[in-house]
Design a protein around this ligand. Sequence first.
Ligand code: AMP
Length: 943
Amino acid sequence: MQDSMMELMWKNAHLYGGNLSYVEQLYETYLMDPNAVPQEWREEFDRLPVSAQNITQDIPHSPIRDHFLAMSKNKRRALPAAVASVSSEHEKKQIRVLRMINAYRVRGHQVAQIDPLKLLKREPVPDLDLRFHELSEADNDTQFQLGSLFFGPEEAPLRSIVEDLKKTYCSSVGVEYMHIVDTQEKRWIQSRMEPVRSSPVLEAETRKHILERLTAAEGLEKYLGSRYAGAKRFGVEGGESLIPCLDELIQRAGKEGAKEVVIGMAHRGRLNVLVNIFGKNPSDLFGEFEGKKTLETSGDVKYHQGFSSNVMTPGGEVHLAMAFNPSHLEIVSPVVEGSVRARQDRREDEVGNSVIPVSIHGDAAFAGQGVVMETFQMSQTRAYKTGGTIHLVINNQVGFTTSKKEDARSTEYCTDVAKMVQAPIFHVNGDDPEAVRFVTQLALDYRNAFNKDVVIDLVCYRRRGHNEADEPSGTQPLMYQQIKVQKTTRELYAQRLVDEGVLTAEDCKEMEQAYRKALENGEHVANALVLEPNTELFVDWKPYLGHQWSFEADTRVDIKLLQELGQKMCRFPEGFAIQKQVQKIYDDRLRMAAGAMEINWGFAETLAYATLLAEGHPVRITGQDVGRGTFSHRHAAVHHQKDASTYVPLQHLADDQPDFDIYDSYLSEEAVLAFEYGYATTMPNTMVIWEAQFGDFANGAQVVIDQFITSGEHKWGRLCGLTMLLPHGFEGQGPEHSSARLERFLQLCAEHNIQVCVPTTPSQIFHLLRRQITRPLRKPLVVMSPKSLLRHKQATCSLEDLAEGSFQPVIGEADKLDPANVKRLVLCSGKVYYDLYNRRAELAKEDVAIVRIEQLYPFPEEILGQTIAEYTNLESVVWCQEEPMNQGAWYCSQHHMRHVLQKHNPSLHLEGVGRPHAAAPAVGYISVHVEQQEQLVNEAING
Ligand code: AMP
């Protein structure tokens, strides 16, 4: 289609009466989103020297005009007069005005007054200059059409258009949203900001309320500062607008129907949020400043503590939860997401508007830490979406002592990473609390309308150092000179309300005094707090509290039920075309269910899930490739070979069964594991499993293992029944795919914090998984799960083992040896057992017993003692492991074994056999691997 633009207009002239605003509208739409205009128009606009692709570059307008002139000259037939007027001087200027409007929408934020300190250095933005668009002050009084602007009238003088654009896009709010490709979202934002010029008129009562919340924010810090001078509290001073912001966010969320709001935040401002938003009793906080012990366990510092309460909103009671977090910044964000998803799942809310996640970040960490990107990446995926997160950056423009932009980041804003998910970003001046309130409302409404992430960048400052004991002027001299003379946000706002006659100076003073008095009396100071909360809004954890570690667990299942479930989990809809090998696996499973074939790992594991579902426990499994299983053993999600649809038989066992969710994760360990921790600490009744592709990939999530999974119960009293399946085993795959770094987990074990198990049979994994959830004890379970054992001919069991058995922390000698004959005892864990067993058979050694320790922590000392009691003639005992001797269980578990041997026969000495000490977990050469394996197995059996 080669029609010129003029011809296109000609064609449409009868529709639009030659009204050029049609073209203007089209052109503007095209500038925002080329795909939103018809192809014929897009091609024509593409030919213009300045197209949507380069609109932000500095290109003068004359070439466009020339292009228009050339097009009209080449025209083959006469155009009607109205259409020909496009080349009139006014029409040309009209198009330039439209382009200028677009420039303000795209780049207005770059000159917005967002820094309360007025120190932020901004590059000049030529597109916002009249001259750049070949307009001038002489055009100020000329009326122009407003195009798609939501300013009200259809036309206005240039002067007023520019003034309104400045108010909307360059005052206290700088908005980045033109990177969003969805036109509807962009129009939504414009329709909210432009009519009110980003500054809606507030009622006097609302303004007084904002001042009251600012007074609370400032009042608490002042009070703590004088009562506990020098104590670390990571005060919010400089960012006090956070409190009215959160207050509005929660109240509005409640009004819109939310039932829960879950907040994650780092240290700064946390105490203020807990007291002024959550309603934590100030006297409890004072107790913490005075070092009072509240937990029987190790506890944590006050600015890491979480909290729960209910507040009243115009839409009813809302439950608030503040996540506990370690000092490792940002890692709490995916934990919050997991907790929110769990709550949404509990409420069967697939959209996500009943529970709102709020992540509060610091500017330096938000720009610096990779988990932020991982968390954004999860935000729209099936497994991890939560209907949009409200991200709030407390941007105090300095990270501890690093403030130079060229040191702190390479991006323009600390929030730029959010653009990867096309989140709108509202930069707002923290000293304009009304603007903060406005963007808070926008952010929440955007989130609820589009169920996507949104960012509020609260640009503020830090009145003191990184903490209260720090002197900041040594490293930030100019900034702190300004901060010293900067009036507080409350002072500035109080003055504004006094100047505008909303309040008197006395009223403001009274507000301050009333707050201080309430604090001194130890009263709650969060006005919306509900003192007798509706407990139905959150999970009752009482059944899970107070259980001590025990090996006891009844995990048996009626054999008829097992067979019935085994059949059901092999059913597919009529005509569902299954791939050949997968079909074979399911055919085998049917035989296993019928008792006609020995049970393998994949069947036992999936049957364990079926039994849990039948008993009312939802199951959630995520991780890389979990649907199939990295090593093709699970096939829980089956793919139709003709239309690629997926079917998950475990979701179709019964109409009223609980959820069975299994999702392949995106390629993240850190955020994903943190998410599952958040999920598991919120849903005690659900079996929550994260499986690593290879066990050593858990390295990428070490912070979650160290700071949440292994220590959360003891630091914060938060129970967690998460299961981690970590494929582990030395099979010649080289340094990276052999070890799940068992030694690291064992080194973290103390106070019965986690369970570390190395099951070697299908029956063991069946009962271990069932044990994890059928009893009320909630402890993280770390499983060194197998790779080659998944298909090992000897690693099988019978239906009876599943029906009648239990998880054996120790498995005694499998053969019928005469105990009196046994001279040597080999202790081991994991797949090396089968190598040892087969070598012993080859050598026909009847005086060597092999005992498997299937649970390494808590270590089953008593059970091991009972198992070996019959070997009264032992002469040697050896621990055999596949791992190098500086790795594996040797260092962390040998004292338990020695302890048992000491009781059994004090003269026995425990030897260790394994690969030589090594820096890497395994060798890269298969020949060396085989040689090492031979050697360690021989040495263990023969001595
Ligand atoms: P939340 O919904 O997170 O605010 O939790 C509500 C209440 O349940 C908390 O105040 C705790 O008493 C309890 N609770 C929540 N999570 C856990 C957990 N993981 N372990 C023990 N108790 C919990």
